[in-house]
Design a protein around this ligand. Structure first.
Ligand code: BDR
Ligand code: CA
Length: 310
């Protein structure tokens, strides 16, 4: 199996990612690390431990990470993920505690201890990952790839142009995107398309297996402040799609493209600017080519394939 570490802000769809990852025989989840995002880091740790217990994976080490972004204040998403950050489903409190080292320490330890290079799957603001890359740059030699949910080629969600995870901590995303590690960007363009059909969601909700029921309840969750037209789709696999992209990379179509995060204050802050031009433009002609890391950007996804896989 592929050794992976998931860095998350659980999170309704982070929970869907965890439920899938710990059960898939092709993955070996070495650790799960938590960061502030959808809810505060305390809540993320609690939700993560609860989900892993429900999934029968209470032996996977979980660490608490950054409680705020590098520069920005915490700006949670309770209007989407509920007051507890995970759909207010009334789940039991976890029976265990996180490990007694912080997320960056656990990430370093697990990455360097792994006999095979590790794939990191961040499904949250990139604060922990940025701190790891800056504090322990030696980890890069044992990272296979970073497949992150974040960014958008076209339309944003937190702002018209910025996706939540990148917008929440743009400086951290910029550190990731200049780290020199192979990166896949599983952005909003594909994230929003992978929807489980309503009949399958109902089937899961009716299951006698608690963990399948939980998956069904999470899929049925709708934002507590729905869009005024009421056409928010339910059934979204969300972050779980990024895990599918690790198990089955052929299910997405990617292009290797330069990506830059806008760090400027103002309306573009947190935007991932993906350069899809076929040739350099006037800016490059007048000011020279800029060195940007090339990222495998997901531009299309085989929806049925990922729904079936999950
Ligand atoms: C991302 O932000 C969170 O709300 C989701 O869990 C996902 O990681 C989508 O922008
Ligand atoms: Ca998330």
């Amino acid at each position: 199996p592929i050794p992976v570490i998931i860095d998350c802000d659980t999170g309704v769809d982070d929970a869907l990612a965890l439920l899938f990852a710990v059960r898939h025989p092709g993955l070996d989840v070495r650790a799960v690390t938590c960061v502030a995002g959808n809810t505060d880091v305390e809540g993320v740790v609690r939700n993560t431990l609860t989900v892993l217990e429900q999934a029968g994976a209470a032996d996977i080490p979980v660490a608490r990470g950054a409680e705020r972004p590098l520069i920005e204040p915490v700006r949670t998403a309770s209007h989407v993920h509920g007051a507890d950050g995970m759909g207010d489903l009334g789940l039991p409190a976890p029976t265990r505690r996180p490990v007694d080292v912080d997320a960056v320490t656990l990430l370093r330890r697990e990455i360097l201890a792994s006999p095979r290079p590790v794939t990191l799957i961040p499904t949250a603001p990139l604060t922990n990952i940025a701190l790891l890359l800056r504090t322990h740059p030696e980890v890069v030699r044992n990272i296979e790839r970073i497949v992150f949910m974040g960014g958008a080629v076209e339309v944003g969600n937190a702002t018209p142009v910025a996706e939540f995870n990148v917008w929440h901590d743009p400086e951290a995303a910029a550190i990731l995107l200049t780290a020199g590690v192979p990166i896949t960007m599983y952005g909003l363009d594909v994230f929003q398309r992978v929807l489980v059909p309503a009949a399958d969601v109902q089937r899961l909700r009716a299951s006698s297996e608690p963990r399948l029921r939980l998956a069904g309840e999470l899929l049925a969750h709708r934002p507590s402040a729905p869009d005024p037209d009421g056409d928010d789709p339910s059934g979204g696999l969300g972050d779980a799609g990024a895990v599918c992209a690790v198990v089955d990379p052929a299910g997405i179509t990617t292009s290797l493209l330069p990506v830059e995060v806008s760090l400027a204050p103002g309306p573009t802050r947190g935007q991932t600017i993906v350069d899809r031009r076929p040739r350099p433009g006037e800016a490059e002609i007048h000011h020279g080519e800029r060195e940007l890391q090339l990222v495998d950007v997901a531009l299309d996804v085989d929806v049925d394939r990922y729904v079936k896989l999950w």
